[in-house]
Design a protein around this ligand. Structure first.
Ligand code: ATP
Length: 264
């Protein structure tokens, strides 16, 4: 099953506290389908915590609606069923199983493992489609543990596609990837975001410049700025807080970062 109409993620007043420490506050965020949204900000800005709150890993207050469903306060398995999928900074695939088996497991989480492993004929259509989308057709029978780093991330994205995730929240998907893998991932995210809602947490400024439609900048738990890449990169508040330099005296490092010669 594929998405038939664009869906937006609409977050208002999101707040997350850890033992009295407010990690995320007053976050309003709307992400339409068809747009590749990047979420950036210095370390500790609250990016991952936002994703954690939307995927049920931490408790958040406020509202977060997707496809008519309130996401906050729902258990993880119900969020998966509601079409919410995420990846982590480290790919979590079943290394001993083949690419196809990983996708098959993701496609039928409710089936018993023995049934899953016996099914070699009649590969479900959504699995074939995901293999094609993430470009792993030729590696379908390869154990996931033998895949290159980038390929594991693509497999993980494929696993979200077979679950029919329509809101994908991806945490630093290109970290540790080669230039070629980054470009392939960027194109993959573009394809996916045409009819799904995709939010990417990323530090890599070059990747951001090449692929982001819109950028949301977080700082100290709140949203600091939002707009196109050029707009955000030239915003003095962003230069000051995200790049870590005082406005009137940019350091060599900050200047290098602002012009994209450094990635973090
Ligand atoms: N489980 C937790 N318990 C207590 N504090 C936490 C927890 N998770 C995150 N924090 C704190 O919340 C703040 C936001 O962290 P978060 O990981 O969301 O930032 P981030 O923007 O994703 O940073 P990075 O780019 O380094 O991954 C940080 O100060 C962090 O130390």
């Amino acid at each position: 099953m594929t998405t038939t109409r664009p869906l937006a993620l609409e977050v208002t007043g999101l707040r997350v506290e850890f033992d009295g420490f407010v990690a995320v506050r007053d976050v309003d965020l709307t992400v339409p389908a068809g747009e590749l949204r990047f979420l950036i900000g210095p370390n500790g800005a609250g990016k991952t915590t936002v994703i954690d709150a939307l995927t049920g890993l931490v408790r958040g207050t406020g509202t977060a609606r997707f496809d008519g469903h309130e996401l906050l306060g729902r258990p993880v398995h119900r969020l998966v069923r509601a079409g919410i999928g995420r990846t982590f900074q480290t790919a979590s695939v079943f290394e001993g199983h083949t690419v196809l088996q990983n996708l098959d497991i993701a496609a039928g989480l409710h089936r018993r493992p023995t049934t899953l492993l016996r099914r070699r004929r009649g590969v479900p259509e959504e699995v074939l489609r995901a293999l094609d989308t993430v470009g792993l057709d030729d590696l379908a029978d390869r154990p996931a543990g033998e895949l290159a780093h980038g390929q594991k991330q693509w497999l993980e994205i494929g696993m979200l596609l077979v679950q029919d995730a329509r809101l994908l929240l991806l945490d630093e998907p290109v970290a540790g990837m080669s230039g070629e893998e980054r470009a392939a991932t960027g194109e993959l995210l573009r394809r996916i975001s045409r009819d799904r809602t995709v939010v990417v947490v990323e530090h890599d400024m070059e990747f951001l410049r090449n692929y982001a439609d819109t950028v949301t900048v977080m700082h100290r738990g709140s949203i600091l700025a939002e707009g196109g890449v050029d707009e955000v990169q030239s915003d003095p508040r962003v230069i000051e807080v995200y790049l870590g330099a005082p406005l009137d005296a940019p350091t060599a490092t900050a200047t290098a970062r602002a012009t994209g010669r450094e990635t973090r």
